[in-house]
Design a protein around this ligand. Structure first.
Ligand SMILES: Cc1ncc(COP(=O)(O)O)c(C=O)c1O
Length: 405
């Protein structure tokens, strides 16, 4: 059938345009509009950045940038193909070796991002015969991974071991994976890994620990799994991002050699994705070496996090992330804007990026900031919080388990 331009299906976009506008209006009304501008870059020299995830300040470390430049010169600016075609480069193998040395894992497989590592592992372990037991606060990438895996999924209350045990005990599936984060990304609290691993061992299940906020931070930089004595444990799998404490880009799954082989053969985000760019692989490998050799980096980060939490008058978390719940999304936005005007960048997390629907300021300590800078930032944050109108906390909208607003 022939169409004129006016009546062609592609020209008839009125309904979609109207729908886009109506969604934008809802977001604006609720104070939940996100912007993806280049804010922060222009301020790099003058602003105190407590919003990024560059926990150890390695992303601008000259040893990482030199490694990245050398890799570009040696291997080119892109990997040119999937890892299973011709994309695997010595830079990837070197990185996998250095990640194992750092974390104590038997084997590592690098993906192009932490998000894809999570999609890869749950897609490969999941399916109708595998029950996925998800902590209610796990990251969106793990939720998406669970959905895509076509597995039966149970979400358990946050850090509730009894709930986990109930789900394990009553399952009908032959296999199960309990999915947690070692240090949670928004609230900054930690999982009880030893108890979880013991439960998984008791009920013949695997424990998947997302260490995106743990590696480089906990356990003298080697991660919370290592600190819990679980590195290399047969039923414990770790996913990592290379984009936070490691200051680069990419992700990894750490586990047994048999698991690595299974992923190479079955993980769609590994097989059907161009390999991680060589510059990122080389920078991350250099970061892994530095973190292993300089445990004082993680110590400095922990000291700065404690200073920040204490002076802001909030409970200390075990990681870099400190979280301040705010009454409303508008309050969070206003506080973050005031701090920005005063020279301090903080994260402003609102639904659907918060696991419990509560808007919050998210402060991240860094190893490369001085004690004086932490004190200065904390004083400003305290002052801004004291100016906030007193309101009861209200839930600002849907949690990230819900649909995007
Ligand atoms: C807990 C957690 N897992 C996974 C990811 C995804 O990592 P990446 O940014 O490397 O895709 C993030 C990043 O925000 C995260 O916080």
């Amino acid at each position: 059938m022939r169409h004129t331009v006016a009546e062609s299906p592609t020209a008839n976009t009125g309904a979609m345009d109207a729908w886009l506008q109506s969604r934008a209006n809802v977001r604006e009304r609720r104070g939940l509009t996100r912007r993806a501008g280049a804010s922060g870059c222009e301020d790099a020299g003058t602003m105190l950045d407590l919003a990024s995830n560059d926990y150890l300040g390695l992303s601008r470390d000259s040893r990482l940038t030199a490694a990245a430049v050398a890799a570009v010169e040696q291997f080119g600016s892109g990997a040119r193909a999937s890892r299973v075609v011709t994309g695997t480069l010595p830079a990837h193998e070197f990185l996998e070796e250095k990640l194992c040395t750092l974390t104590g894992a038997a084997s590592a497989l690098v993906f192009s991002s932490g998000y894809l590592a999570n999609l890869g592992i749950l897609g490969s372990l999941g399916g109708p015969g595998t029950l996925l037991i998800l902590d209610a606060h796990v990251h969106a990438s793990l939720l998406d991974a669970a959905r895509l895996s076509r597995s039966p999924v149970v979400t358990v209350s946050h850090s509730d071991l009894e709930d986990v045990e109930r789900a394990l005990k009553s399952r009908s599936q032959p296999r199960a994976v309990v999915v947690v984060e070692s240090l949670y990304s928004v609230l900054g609290d930690s999982a009880n890994l030893m108890e979880l691993a013991a439960l998984c061992a008791m009920y013949d299940a695997w424990l998947l620990v997302d260490e995106a906020h743990g590696i480089g931070v906990a356990g003298s930089g080697r991660g919370a799994v290592h600190a819990a004595g679980l590195a290399g444990a047969p039923h414990v799998v770790v996913t990592a991002t290379l984009s936070k404490a490691l200051g680069a880009q990419g992700g990894a799954v750490l586990g047994s050699a048999a698991l690595r082989d299974h992923l190479v053969n079955t993980a769609r985000p590994f097989i059907f994705d161009t390999a991680l760019a060589p510059a990122s692989a080389a920078a991350a490998a250099r970061a892994a070496q530095i973190i292993a050799a300089e445990p004082e980096l993680a110590t400095r980060l922990q000291d700065n996090a404690a200073t920040l939490a204490d002076l802001c008058g909030i409970g200390r978390s075990q990681g870099a992330v400190q979280s301040i719940p705010m009454a409303t999304a508008d309050d969070a936005v206003a506080a973050a804007a005031r701090l920005r005007a005063a020279g301090v960048l903080v994260g402003c997390f609102r639904p659907p990026s918060v696991p419990d629907g509560v808007s919050r300021l998210r402060l991240t300590a860094r190893a490369d900031l001085t004690h004086g800078q932490m004190v200065h930032a904390a004083r400003l944050i305290r002052a801004v919080l004291q100016e906030q109108p007193a309101r009861n906390l209200e839930h600002g909208g849907m949690s990230r388990n819900g649909n995007n607003i």
